[in-house]
Ligand binder design. Structure first.
Ligand code: DPP
Ligand code: ZN
Length: 853
């Protein structure tokens, strides 16, 4: 098992100028003929990637090649002595029905779909399957018209029709693209159609292709697509560049969606949504993912990556773009809060464990293991920091320079950096470290006031802990957005500082001694800020004009007092509610009308996993008991206030998915959680019965499943009976049980694992059960070790069919060093059991071995 290293990058020996593909499609035996126009680019033989392909014929410049002219192994076809200009033709047979990895060409339901990123195209045909080989494609397809009436590929459609029961179609993509952006769909689908006229007047036909009966649930996705197209023109001046934009939805899909040029392929979970079956969160996810994939048309497709080490070049940038889009659609502060919550809960954890890696890794065994929150979300933070450092206007010009310079090319993160550096005088050299150094910097600070000079001095220190392979870290260039508040909480100064040194002081001349400094406003850098006193946090939670920091101060305050309670619990003392926390929650409730969505976020106590991150030895039981005790005590102490909020915000129309309506429901559901903790399941049961949409229904069910008994059973039964035939809703039925705090969660999850509706081939269903279960720290870390065993069993079963999904779950065992010795032993034993399996996939091997190292 040899790693791939960034340092070993070599340009491809041949470029492919044009590809003609011919598909005779059938689920069990598809014939793919490829005609490649080759042009020499660098010294070396012609090496084509190919996996699980049955080679039928190969010819060079029209001459069939005997098997003495090439070497064929499991992964490649190599031909020596190829002229500098040549036409290579191959013909292969593949079996999409047997493709359970869901990469390459595979069957889902009765249709055929592709997923080629990152290395799926090599399972379709022999090809230099690397992103720096960009070609123009022409695709012909033929298939049984009764089963596959719809034949789609990238670009514009040249022709289609039916002859003698055989459907045929021909597509051409005028833009050169890497093979990972190739797409093909052959299925019996129907479409919701619409159109969009770009700002220069190009009329674009839009189509969202889904199974019959699902058309009615595509309206939100279509709206999101048109909003995204307009937004990218308005904000970045980027316009769509083909006459057709299609989206096809598929039920079995490893990821969320895929940005194939002109033909995005989506997990149904990110397309289908109506108020009856989808929660507000689902609606927002559809909006976000539609935007994300659409934005890739420029940041990913027109400008692509030179190699997979540069993955964040397209993903970090495109996540940043979808974050900005979403914050323009809804509340910017609430969006920032949600993004930072995710970053801390997943990326900060990864960064602190054995799987930590830089935004641009230097080496990998299996690239599929690097579609991580570090590449995506930390990558987005890196892009955001450029903007914070050089300013919005300069950033926009930097983006223009980046696109103009790298259009139709395969770029590196240095190219992005160079574009930004080209339009600013600020020295960005040091900024490259953000791509190269893993780990989350920790920031501490000191402050002093000189009364005579009327100056305030802020000293900031940065330190990044060692990560695997990187024992020594250098100081980073960190933008620190600050606000200085006076004694009554009014802002007297705001500025963005650039921290470059390990320790650096900044002095301000001020009319008066500040009351408090608000640091890292709007989370201006992905760092951990340490050492804020509780008094300071309480003050900022009450006064900061930066809404993000106001929320964050309350979170940090709550974390501190809950962790105190964990310590008291561990020495056998009873729980007492902190008065400051009670006051802050009461103030949030009093203020709720001003911004209900913000209030809903502020009411949520820090997640168990986040509290765990701040403990030297994680005690999942104590964390859970304390957090629940706090929820209950707050619900009791502020009963009248929670009731009032619950009543006051009951008026949003069930099918209204505007920001204010979603905010009202979020706030109400936050109150419901406290009311249930304090007063039992009556409210949740009533809400379950009265619910007018899925948001209300699922929130009620989430509260009901925590308590074993008839209320839970009848609600689960009713939900199952109503939604048995809707896969996406049935996923919710699985995950709500896997997330439950009830005493019998483990046995229920075990039973659900062999439920008739459990489907190992369907990644959404597996994630709904196992992904949700690992997000339930109290149950997953049950001290019996049963949770670990259940997970490892799944990893081993899935590894045989879908290694990409299997490997993902290994990360849940990666943090074993953080636990007590008993749990450590149990977690390690499961990792060792996984590694002991013969024929383990490269995916799972890489993560399990790194987790143990
Ligand atoms: N490239 C995809 C994305 O949009 C992942 N499969 O993130
Ligand atoms: Zn993406």
């Amino acid at each position: 098992r040899n790693p791939v290293n960034l340092a070993d990058y070599r340009a491809p020996a041949y470029q492919v100028e044009h590809v003609a593909l011919d598909f005779e499609l059938a689920p069990e035996a598809t014939i793919v003929k490829a005609r490649l126009q080759l042009r020499r680019n660098a010294p070396g033989p012609l090496k084509l990637d190919g996996r699980k392909l049955e080679l039928l014929s190969v010819s060079l410049n029209g001459e069939p090649l005997g098997d003495n002219r090439y070497t064929l192994d499991e992964d490649s076809l190599t031909i020596q002595d190829v002229p500098d200009q040549a036409v290579l033709e191959t013909s292969v047979r593949i079996n999409p029905a047997a493709n359970s990895e869901l990469s390459g060409l595979y069957t889902s339901g009765s249709g055929l779909f592709t997923q080629c990123e990152p290395e799926g195209f090599r399972k379709v045909t022999f090809f230099p399957d690397r992103p720096d080989v960009m070609a123009r494609y022409r695709v012909r397809m033929r298939a049984d018209a009764a089963k596959f009436p719809i034949l789609l590929s990238n670009g514009n459609k040249l022709s289609s029709g039916v002859e003698n029961g055989i459907a045929h179609a021909e597509w051409e993509d005028p833009h050169p693209k890497p093979s990972y952006l190739f797409a093909l769909v052959a299925a019996d689908l129907v479409s919701l159609k619409d159109e969009f006229t770009t700002r220069s007047g190009r009329k674009v036909d839009l189509g969202i292709w889904v199974e019959r009966g699902d058309e009615a649930r595509c309206a939100h996705a279509m709206g999101a697509l048109k909003r995204s197209m307009k937004w990218d023109e308005d904000i970045f001046g980027l316009e769509y560049d083909l006459d057709i934009f299609n989206i096809a939805a598929v039920s079995d899909f490893n990821a969320g969606a895929m940005e194939n040029k002109g033909l995005n392929i989506f997990n149904t979970a990110y397309v289908l949504a109506d108020a009856n079956s989808a929660t507000d969160m689902d609606f927002q996810n559809v909006e976000r993912v539609i935007a994300h994939e659409y934005f890739h048309n420029w940041t990913g497709d027109r400008v692509t990556c030179r190699d997979w080490f540069q993955l964040s070049l397209k993903e970090g940038l495109t996540v940043f773009r979808d974050q900005e889009y979403m914050s323009d659609q809804f509340s910017a502060a609430v969006k920032r809060i949600a993004d930072v919550r995710l970053l801390r809960a997943t990326q900060f954890r990864d960064d602190a464990g054995p799987l930590a890696h830089p935004v641009r890794p230097a080496s990998y065994l299996e690239i599929n293991n690097f579609y991580t929150t570090t590449i995506y979300e930390k990558g987005a933070e890196v892009v955001r920091m450029y903007r914070t450092i050089i300013g919005r206007e300069a950033f926009r010009r930097g983006m223009e320079a980046y696109i103009a310079k790298n259009d139709n090319a395969a770029a590196t993160v240095e190219d992005f950096w160079a574009a930004m550096q080209s339009i600013t005088d600020i020295d960005l050299k040091q900024f490259m470290l953000w791509y190269e150094q893993a780990g989350t910097p920790e920031i501490t600070f000191d402050e002093s006031w000189d009364d005579a000079a009327q100056t305030f001095t802020l000293t900031l220190r940065q330190r990044t802990a060692p990560t695997p392979g990187q024992p020594e870290k250098q100081p980073l260039l960190i933008p620190v957005a600050i606000g200085l508040l006076n004694q009554t909480g009014e802002e007297i100064h705001a500025e963005t500082l650039l921290l470059r040194e390990t320790e650096q002081s900044f002095t301000f001349k001020l009319p008066q001694k500040p009351g408090a400094v608000s640091l890292f406003r709007h989370f201006s850098a992905p760092v951990k800020l340490k050492g804020q006193s509780r008094a300071r946090l309480a003050f900022l939670a009450a006064h900061d004009s930066d809404l993000f920091n106001r929320w964050d101060a309350l979170q940090q305050y709550a974390s501190a007092v809950l962790l105190d309670s964990v310590a008291t619990h561990q020495i056998g003392q009873p729980f007492t509610l902190d008065e400051g926390l009670k006051d802050a929650i009461a103030a949030t409730l009093r203020d709720a009308t001003r911004d209900p969505a913000f209030a809903a976020e502020a009411l949520i106590l820090p997640m168990e996993s986040l509290l765990a991150d701040d403990m030297t030895v994680v005690d999942p039981d104590a964390i859970h008991l304390v957090r629940e005790a706090a929820r209950k005590a707050l619900g009791q102490a502020l009963s009248a206030e929670f009731h009032a909020v619950y009543e006051q915000f009951a008026n949003a129309a069930p099918d209204d998915v505007s920001g204010p309506a979603m905010g009202a429901r979020a706030l109400r559901n936050a109150a419901l959680s406290y009311l249930t903790a304090a007063e039992g399941p009556a409210f949740a049961a009533a809400q379950f019965t009265a619910a007018g949409n899925m948001t209300e229904k699922l929130a009620a069910l989430t509260n009901l499943v925590d308590e074993p008994g008839p209320a839970r059973e009848s609600a689960l039964h009713a939900f199952y009976t109503e939604w048995e035939h809707n896969r996406l809703v049935l996923d919710k039925w699985f995950s709500v049980q896997a997330r439950s705090n009830a005493s019998d969660t483990l046995t229920r999850v075990q039973a659900l694992a062999s439920h008739a509706a459990m489907d190992l081939r369907n990644p959404n269903r597996v994630r709904a059960l196992i992904g949700a279960f690992t997000a339930n720290p109290w149950k997953f870390h049950d001290k019996s070790g049963a949770g670990y065993k259940l997970l490892a069993d799944f990893v081993l079963r899935l590894d045989e069919t879908n290694p990409q999904i299997a490997a993902r779950f290994v990360t849940a065992l990666g943090l074993w060093r953080r636990f007590d010795t008993k749990r450590q032993g149990l977690m390690k034993a499961e990792l060792e059991r996984i590694l002991a399996r013969e024929q383990l996939s490269r995916n799972t091997y890489e993560l399990a071995s790194k987790a143990l190292a």
